[in-house]
Design a protein around this ligand. Sequence first.
Ligand SMILES: Nc1ncnc2c1ncn2[C@@H]1O[C@H](COP(=O)(O)OP(=O)(O)OP(=O)(O)O)[C@@H](O)[C@H]1O
Ligand SMILES: [Mg+2]
Length: 481
Amino acid sequence: MGKTGSILVVDDDPAICVVVGEALRRQGHKVKTVSSIRERSESLETFAPDVLITDVMLPDGDGLEDVAGILARSPDLHVIILSAQNTLNTAIRATEKGAFEYLPKPFDLNELTRAVSDALRMKEGEGAGLGEVHLPHDGLPLVGRSPAMQEVYRTVARVLSNDLSILVLGESGTGKELVAEAIHSLGQRRTKPFVAINMAAIPRELIESELFGYEKGAFTGAHVRTAGKFEQAQGGTLFLDEIGDMPMEAQTRLLRVLQSGEVTTVGGSKPVRVNVRIIAATNKDLPQLIEENRFRQDLYYRLNVVPISLPPLRERREDVMLLARHFLDQAAQEGLPRKSLSDEAAQLLMLYHWPGNVRELQNLMQRLAVLSRENVIAADILKNALPLDAVPADFTAPSEHLAEAVREWTKRQLGIGLSELHRNLHDDLLAVVEPVLLQETLTRVDGNQLRAAGLLGINRNTLRKKLTDYGLDPLQLRLND
Ligand SMILES: Nc1ncnc2c1ncn2[C@@H]1O[C@H](COP(=O)(O)OP(=O)(O)OP(=O)(O)O)[C@@H](O)[C@H]1O
Ligand SMILES: [Mg+2]
């Protein structure tokens, strides 16, 4: 872990203050969070932070305005700008004002904590250039900045300081258990146990004794009184995985425990009070199971106080490359050779439909880290590692199929601004996606270059230059400019 310091976080969104604050505190930093420019000025005096993380649009003004002044007064301070105005413009203003780093929202928590570590190391004078340093992910587990993941982060932030029951929903391998662990380890119960039980992995007749424990002699083989998962999780969090696979009788008993807050062991008679937070997860359609009388409706209501949905990976393809790189980093940290992906390999990853979701991607990256002899993983190595039907038969470099997929994806990105695109995509993919985005944007605004440049967050000259660089004919794109 890197150097620690004091960090002032300024954002008018309480969810962001909580998530960022917790993440930084967890890494040992001293953190203060405030929500306006006025409070920021006060805290700069009284709290005297090493690093200032500030939002731009604040209720009492433009958070960038005074940054140059602040830096003039405190030359040792490092300023990190967060902004939802994901335009190149903001990035440029931030740089001009002397900010150390600029992160467009939605941002990746790992990237933010890394920027903070970088800033603190710069203070020590051992500064390496930004982007060159490659710090480990410091144990912040959730990677991804798709809108769907941002929604997950926001919900996670809201439940850290309470004990509401949570139901995590999502296909297999989407990260349900990881989310449960994150809620526990960032939340107020983090010093107490996190205990998981998987209903699908335990013989049905053993579920109750596993959950609630059993007395000596309760059944053949019960030699000593054994505490169940509820008691083991005392004060902490109990993760009820694959809850949809729980037998009806056990559901009835579980509901009773949740209502009374007391557990009685199998074969026992003296109830024990338990204090656990419940996080349940399933990839099943519980309302459907209720219809079929295979799940208790009252238990469903009890568990589903705060639902968190993890979408399948194929519906958040913008996270694929981030995750792939994260897993390759992970493999390198575990002592395997450091690998990266070739352009074509990266394109192939974006096309694949990931039936096994994040877990499949993780396994694949680990396998490639071991198998590939080259440092740069080529598309044909990847092709061999993927299921046969994963690869379009005609896949070479940008195929028609790919162009179509990229166009579809790009259409959904319209209006995000080029700087956001640069942050979201593997560098090698930009060359494929950027021209498509330029074209799609121009088409959308009937060839009006000024409006297109505005949407993209760049100026008209930059747009012209990019069109020329990509060999796109502005005249052909210009319908009524
Ligand atoms: N957003 C993410 N960032 C980083 N790693 C992730 C992310 N989502 C999932 N993973 C990793 O992918 C693997 C699968 O995640 P997890 O076990 O949490 O999935 P799950 O939804 O519980 O799957 P199942 O339903 O099969 O139990 C884990 O190793 C987890 O660490
Ligand atoms: Mg799981």
